[in-house]
Write a protein that binds this ligand. Structure first.
Ligand code: NDP
Length: 388
């Protein structure tokens, strides 16, 4: 029997919801490109309910406990006295969401003597020290595609809200004002702008597709080039690197995983090559950008705006500079945790557990690390630290 340790974010401050604004979710069977949505044998939750917080339990308790497994759920994840750290030494499986990441550092992996499987309920497994997982032959799996479209929608929203100066304008309404000149003195149309994505994977390509009807010029850089037919259909300009691309763009969106190749990519130097007045949207991972370089570029006016939902660490401390820097549209890490996304990644987590507990293979596309190697989606999109 396995011990499954699951770290989830806290319930709403007013308590776990007893009702929801909508009765159901649209039915989606396939993602763009044909991959099927998660297909566990059954689920014990209502799609559209809050599953990512501690009381939601990703809907896993009946399934795991009926199989005789131990299921521990906590939001208390940081520090040596945390419930997570205390429960970790005999856990076989750890489940965590990137929004409220249970950082599985090399030190914690060394303490987790029984750990065999780390599941990311969502996408992006950089909160796991992948080098340590490789060395210990721990399988790392995530629910590939489960919230890629959710994030793409968020990127479009943040792009428009920055360029059109939506949030400060809304604030004038809340404050009882009618200050049109204050609102529009930073407001532009996106039409005709040049928009580039760093990475055109599941999210990046979905962003490009969604922005196409806005009559913008579309650019991308990626390790692998998209098929010619897609480049032609969307009128894409490919650039060999982010450094080649960003000087041409009015809006840059970052949609790559955090790994050694992308960590710290947007530093003073790269941001300095962006157009004055460019906008930067980062819903990928905070550490792809140099925290203080972003703050500086907003304060000195080189960037006209920055938006995103990813921070380091998470939760961000109250004095994190991105809370107070000007011209930003930050949210907590929410873009991939809509109720729609939760239903998919909770089902995907169950699918991974069903496979692992019965000794059947986990879907190839869900794997990041397996058998001591980068595998599946991980082999395509990640890199490891080269040996010193
Ligand atoms: P995909 O794996 O589909 O796409 C990632 C893309 O990044 C791939 O095309 C990959 O290239 C490319 N890439 C990797 N390294 C580089 C590099 N050095 N330069 C340029 N491109 C690179 O993942 P998704 O699109 O679904 O997700 C991307 C990331 O977004 C996740 O890893 C996660 O960090 C973040 N995310 C954030 C969420 C949120 O809630 N804010 C939710 C979901 C994801 P290739 O495969 O061609 O080698």
């Amino acid at each position: 029997m396995a011990k499954v340790l699951c770290v989830l974010y806290d319930d709403p401050v007013d308590g776990y919801p007893t009702s929801y604004p909508r009765n159901d979710l649209p039915r989606i069977d396939h993602y763009p490109g044909g991959q099927t949505v998660p297909s566990p044998r059954a689920v014990d939750f209502t799609p559209g309910h809050l599953l990512g917080s501690v009381s939601g339990e990703l809907g896993l308790r009946p399934f795991l406990e009926s199989g005789g497994h131990t299921f521990v759920v906590t939001s208390d994840k940081d520090g040596a006295d945390s419930t997570f750290e205390r429960e970790l030494p005999d856990a076989d499986v750890v489940i965590s969401q990137p929004f409220w990441p249970a950082y599985l550092t090399a030190e914690r992996i060394a303490k987790a003597r029984n750990l065999k499987l780390a599941i990311t309920a969502g996408i992006g497994s950089d909160h796991v020290d992948l080098d340590a997982a490789l060395a210990r032959d721990i399988t790392v799996a995530e629910v590939t595609f489960s919230n890629s479209i959710s994030v793409a929608e968020h990127v479009v929203m943040m792009t428009l809200s920055l360029v059109r100066n939506y949030l400060p304008s809304h604030q004038w309404v809340l404050d009882g004002g009618w200050n049109i000149a204050d609102c529009v003195s930073r407001s532009y149309d996106i039409e005709g702008m040049q928009v580039g994505t760093v990475a055109a994977g599941r999210i990046g390509l979905a962003v490009l597709r969604r922005l196409k009807p806005f009559d913008v010029g579309l650019h991308y850089t990626d390790r692998h080039r998209l098929p010619e037919s897609v480049e032609e259909e969307l009128g894409l300009t490919f650039h060999e690197s982010a450094a080649d691309m960003v000087p041409h763009c009015d809006v840059v969106t970052i949609n790559a995983p955090l790994h050694p190749e992308t960590e710290g990519l947007f530093d003073d130097e790269l941001i300095g090559t962006m157009k004055r007045g460019a906008y930067l949207i980062n819903t990928a991972r905070a550490r792809i950008c140099d925290r203080d370089a972003v703050d500086r570029a907003l304060r000195d006016g080189h960037l006209a705006g920055y938006a995103g939902d990813v921070w380091f660490p998470q939760p961000a401390p109250p004095d994190h500079p991105w809370r107070t820097m000007p011209h930003q549209g930050m949210t907590p890490h929410i873009s991939g945790s809509s109720l729609s996304a939760q239903a998919r990644y909770a089902a995907g987590t169950r699918e991974i557990l069903e496979a692992w507990l019965t000794g059947t293979p986990i879907r190839e596309e869900y794997l990041i690390v397996d058998g001591g190697h980068l595998a599946g989606a991980g082999a395509h999109s990640y890199s490891t630290t080269p040996p010193k």
